[in-house]
Each structure stands twice: as structure tokens, then as C-alpha cells.
Design a binder for this molecule. Sequence first.
Ligand code: PMP
Length: 340
Amino acid sequence: MDKAIKNKFDELEKLIGSTPLAEITYRHKKSEPRTLYFKLEYFNLSGSIKDRMALNILKCAYENGSLSQDHVITEVTSGNTGISFCAIGAYLGHKVLIYMPDWMSEERKGMMRSFGAELRLLSKAQGGFKGCLEAVEELKKTDRQIFTPYQFENENNSLCHYENTGPEISLQLKKAFNKGAEAVIAGVGTGGTIMGLGRYLKAVNPKAKAYPLEPASSPTLSTGHKVGSHRIQGISDEFIPPILKLAELDEIIDVDDGDSIIMAQKITRTLGIGLGISSGANFLGAVKVQNMLGADKTVVSVFADDNKKYLSTDLLKEEPVKDGFLSPDIELLEYRAVTI
Ligand code: PMP
């Protein structure tokens, strides 16, 4: 790899990863206080967990020679991935071309444009997510200067969580709380987070559990195909991603999208930790896992991004409480944070 590029990757590694871990103490239905653990991933360079995989995919591609300075980085993305490639691509000196469904939030689109990227938006009628994937393949047939990270099938996506996020969690849990993770849960977008963390934690402790999470109103993982719709941006696209190996994981957990919105709002208002909707979903999923395994179990997850990209969405609106919601019975008490 060229020395100037290598130096840039060294700088990026200082601004991506090594995020704080928060221990959140809460009660469920007036239980004794319980704790859950979350990596605060909005601390990454462009504000989400996706910086980790974008950095790793680009670095590995430079190392194996499949990416060089004259390539246009082109990806299909529901938002955070695009923002990560736009930010890192800008610094590395690449043009970035993003394909995405047109119903994603305005904040996400604006952020990508602010890094100088070009956006191509496809409506539902134009094929939505699948249409975007097909459009990129068409483009590649005629233009050889396109580099496609293929986040849904690139093993360097989950590998960054196996090599970095997982070991960070183990280190932080041990150092600050003298604990080891017994279960992990994470909403599935590409599946990179749950596969990398699940494989790492199971390697450290073969009894550890790893649960993929999906929206109850759009259970793609349980049914194998796209059904219904949901509002948890960043998770559950229209197919089962190739890097997600359900056979290596434990059972699929589902959460309601309205419940996730209320939970994210509650954490934001009570603890002052501004969160996106998938983080509310991950919190509820972690509560469900603790209800299943035992209140004293050490359950970890991630807060994938913060609230800034959702200002025009239902996250900023009053969400009606429905029967069966968990969030109304959750009382948040305090947090303790640990850095690396
Ligand atoms: N939450 C948010 C906000 C995301 O943007 C993503 C990535 N699409 C995820 C969760 C899911 O992460 P992964 O792709 O690693 O499954």
C-alpha cells in the first residue's frame, strides 16, 4: 500500500473504534435493579457503527490490490453505511456514488451530499432496495473504475466486529465490572454486527448466546422474505443477507417498532443519551434476553447511532402505546461509562 494512504488509515484508526461502553441500570415491572451493557457507537468518526466496517473493507481492499486511488466507491445503502463511505472516501480522496431507496430520511441524504458524494435515489416503483442492487451491477458492466464494497456479502464487514468491537467489549467488561459477556443481541441490517460479536463471544465463552433481532411487523429473517413494513431504519432490508449465518446464532428475537421508538425517546429524555431507533430496539431486545435467561445475566448490545439523523421521523413525534409494549414498564435509573 502507498505510504500516504497507509498514513491516512493510521489516522482513521484513531477516530474509529475504541468507543465507550455504558452500563445502564434499570428496573422492569418494578424488579430489583438490573444492568445491561451497550457500546456507544455514535462516538465513531461519522456517527455510527458502520464506520468500523467501512474502514476495514477499504483497508483490506487497498491491501489486496482490489482498490486504488482512481476508483469510484459505489455502494447500495440504507444510510449509515453511505455516510461512512462518504466521510472516509472524502479523506482518502475518492469520488463516492451512493444508491439508496428514496424513502430514507432527509438528514441521511443531506449528510452524504455534504461529504461531496453523488446520490442516486430509487422509488418503490423503480424497485427500491433490489432495484438499487441491480442498477449497480448494470453500471459495473460498463465502467471498470467502480469499487463495490458489497457490505452484505463481504466477510471483512463482520470481521471488524470479531477483531475489534468484540475484544473491546470483553476488555471493558472485565476492567470496569469484572464480568464476561453471556449474551449479545443486535438488530440485523447486513448482519455484520451480530455475526462478528456472536462469533467472538462464543469463541471466548462457548456457552455465550448470540441473538439476531428483527422488527415484529416485518419479520424477514423468520419468514425468509420481505413481509410488511417497519420504522427501524438500518435493520431488516428485503432479504436475508449472505453474511448472516442463522445456523451459527441462537433464536431470532423480535421487537415492535413503536415500542423501539418510545424506548429510544425514554433513554434520550431520561439519561441524556440521544439515540436512533435501532438502539431503542436493541435495548428492548436485551431486556427480552434477560427476561429469558435470568436477571443477573451479562447481556451486551450496541447503540448503533444517535438521534440527529431522525429529526424528521416518528422518533420526534408522540408514539401511541399499544398492548404488549415493554417500554412503559421500564424505569431507567443510571449509567456508568467505561472508556478503553
Ligand atoms: N442500526 C443502524 C442505525 C444501522 O445503520 C445498521 C446498519 N445498517 C444496523 C443497526 C445494523 O448493523 P449491521 O449491518 O451490522 O447488521
